[in-house]
Write a protein that binds this ligand. Structure first.
Ligand SMILES: C[S@@+](CC[C@H](N)C(=O)[O-])C[C@H]1O[C@@H](n2cnc3c(N)ncnc32)[C@H](O)[C@@H]1O
Length: 294
């Protein structure tokens, strides 16, 4: 029994360590996730009171699109590359696209900002950012980049234990991004439990949960499991850029608990616009609406 336990822990660790976001930075899934994250955070920043951002799966925070990993499948060309080239993006995208341009110092696309970079670029002096990860390389980069920043707190911590332990934050206002790679199949169930326990501790927090849509995967069942938690005011967006038979990730979705008031109208426009801009040969679909209303 102890041996099996140890083997499982080793397998879990190696699956976690094998994931490298460098291969996927700026792809269609990042675009959906980051567009919603930046829009929600910008809306919360409209009020004067300080807030705290929790990035439970931070990654390394900034990606070189010229790296060997990024050039392998050039996934950003079908994601942020298309967005930057598209005419008349909707208002919900403006702050995100501005942040991507600021990260690149102009129009040329050389780098892609991850969620830590995006969050840090928006914070005011009294706001705080908590970054959690377990990957030694991601942690090293995060510490190098943010180690001396008094507003950023880097935690080498398993978010399934560490995130609930930090809630509610002293500011009592803020947002949590839950963004695992789902390399570990347990993560589909664990994120639902995580959301339930975080919401019990901090019911007024805004929670963003990203999930992938893959063939024969439980991502599709995730929204129903979240809806069954009894939490109110959950908004859902999904953008599929490929058809159902596609062998890889055909799309992804975001669930937003406690979506700030007024944003539903903007997200309703954003989802179909993203689909039209990102879909491969008109395949796939978009969805936006309340999963659980008020
Ligand atoms: C999809 S990447 C995150 C990308 C990042 N949120 C962004 O948008 O730029 C997932 C990250 O979660 C980390 N991770 C996986 N399991 C974790 C856990 N239990 N606790 C904290 N971090 C974890 C991985 O090391 C990886 O860096």
């Amino acid at each position: 029994m102890r041996l099996i336990g140890r083997m499982n822990a080793a397998n879990l660790r190696s699956a976690m360590l094998s994931y490298q976001h460098e291969y996927h930075a700026g792809n269609h899934a990042d675009v959906l996730k980051h567009a919603v994250f930046v829009r929600v955070l910008s809306a919360l920043l409209q009020k004067d009171r300080p807030l705290r951002v929790f990035d439970a799966h931070a990654g390394s925070g900034l990606y070189d699109l010229g790296s060997r990993e990024a050039r392998r499948h050039v996934e950003h060309e079908g994601g942020i590359g298309r967005l930057l080239a598209a005419p008349a993006p909707p208002p919900a995208l403006m702050a995100y696209l501005e942040a991507v341009r600021a990260c690149n110092g102009g129009a040329a696309l050389r780098r892609y900002p991850g969620s830590p970079w995006l969050a840090r670029s928006l914070l005011r002096p009294a706001d705080q950012l908590v970054l959690m990860d377990l990957h030694p390389r991601a942690l090293e980069v995060l510490r190098r980049r943010h180690g001396h920043d008094p507003q950023v707190h880097v935690h080498a911590r398993d978010c399934f234990e560490g995130l609930p332990a930090l809630l509610p934050p002293p500011e009592r206002r803020g947002v949590v991004l839950v963004d695992p790679s789902y390399e570990l199949k347990d993560d589909y169930a664990r994120v639902v439990d995580l959301l339930a326990s975080c919401h019990r501790r901090w019911p007024t927090g805004v929670y963003l949960l990203w999930y992938p849509l893959l063939r024969d995967q439980p991502g599709e069942r995730l929204p129903a499991r979240v809806a069954a938690l009894g939490i109110r005011r959950i908004y859902q967006l999904a953008v599929e850029v490929e058809g159902r038979g596609f062998a890889g990730m055909r799309g992804s979705g975001m669930l937003v608990v406690n979506l700030p008031y007024g944003l539903d109208a903007e997200l309703e426009v954003l989802a179909p616009w993203l689909w039209r801009t990102l879909a491969v040969a008109g395949r796939g679909a978009a969805h936006a609406g309340w999963l659980v209303p008020e």
